[in-house]
Design a protein around this ligand. Structure first.
Ligand code: AMP
Length: 178
């Protein structure tokens, strides 16, 4: 794996464990020599991830639409920053640059981006591992809900199993690299 795309909040969230997990993930990726693709912001968990990764020598590629550069305070010191026209272009480029995807805690944007690449596996658009970093149980209710979608026969078990979940970066990355 050369690059993993990390989706995460443009806010830091209530629990300091969330930005801390971003730093731990950056360190784990540094140890494995895997680069990061992310939304290109300098704020929230996105900023914590990028700053730690850059400090540890990880190649960090940001992809941000021009109209969000002020609002999300685009990061000035990335290895590479792609400025794109639209959210759709952002997701397409993040998808094509990356060999796998991880969601850290985040909000609606994080969920939207992660679920799109997860569904690309069930549609056969790509076959790339998708993992939730379930920091401090942040995603417990989401994984329960996904189990419910299987019980109610909307999601086949085989598609549910595309989603990998880990509480710590290393076991999750091990699963994704298997
Ligand atoms: P959030 O999780 O809401 O803090 O958002 C995290 C990131 O997702 C931010 O960089 C948002 O700009 C981005 N985002 C929000 N909605 C979308 C979307 N529809 N497509 C792509 N990125 C999005």
């Amino acid at each position: 794996m050369q690059r993993i795309c990390v989706f995460c909040g443009s806010r830091s969230g209530r629990n300091p464990a969330y930005p801390e997990a971003a730093k731990q993930l950056a360190a784990a990726l540094a140890r494995r020599g895997i680069g990061i693709v992310y939304g290109g912001a300098s704020i929230g968990i996105m900023g914590a991830l990028a700053d730690t990764a850059l400090d540890q020598g990880v190649e960090v590629t940001g992809v941000i639409p021009g109209h969000l550069m002020d609002r999300e305070r685009s990061h000035r010191n990335l290895t590479e920053l792609h400025i794109v026209e639209s959210m759709h272009e952002r997701k397409a480029l993040m998808g094509s640059l990356s060999d796998g995807f991880i969601a850290l805690p985040g909000g609606l944007g994080t969920l939207e981006e992660f679920f799109e690449v997860l569904t690309w596996n069930q549609l056969g658009i790509h076959a790339k591992p998708c993992g939730l970093l379930n920091v401090a149980g942040f995603y417990d209710s989401l994984t329960s809900f996904l189990d419910h979608t299987v019980c109610e026969e909307f999601v086949p078990e085989a598609h549910r199993s595309f989603l990998l979940v880990g509480r710590e970066p290393d076991p999750l990355l091990d699963d994704m690299q298997r």
